[in-house]
Design a protein around this ligand. Sequence first.
Ligand code: MG
Length: 162
Amino acid sequence: MISQRLQDAFNRQLVHEMFSSNLYLSMAASFESAGLSGMARWMHAQAGEERAHAMKFFHYLVDRGGQVKIGAVEAPPFEWPLPLAAFETALKHEQKTTAAVNDLHTLAAAEKDHAAGAFLQWFLIHQVEEEASATRNVEQLKLAGDNNAALLVIDHQLGKRE
Ligand code: MG
């Protein structure tokens, strides 16, 4: 059985992951409108991943006899300055997510819930990857600057994401 404090924190993280999913979906819409279909595809894939993260918390709560409470998910902005600013926001968001997962891990330790700690390890390791890929995208877009040919190369590259 999961503790009340940890259950509440996991439910908040579930909502955070759903917000992440909607955030990237909103960015995908802006990239679609701008004709940057590779970047849109990348954002769609990211949105799908975040939804899968939310479901990991969902199933974990169920497995531990906790109650899943789907809270309100804040609406993300509708419009994004593209492409660099959107990817910079994505990087900042991933850094926030890393901090949230770190806090959850600290809480699990305080609650002496080592199984929850082990569950969160996957997210801690995954966040290293998330931040690295978000940073890479930002750096490449900075290098491209206003060069449309370079932007299209990056768009093509990001569009290869499964
Ligand atoms: Mg996530």
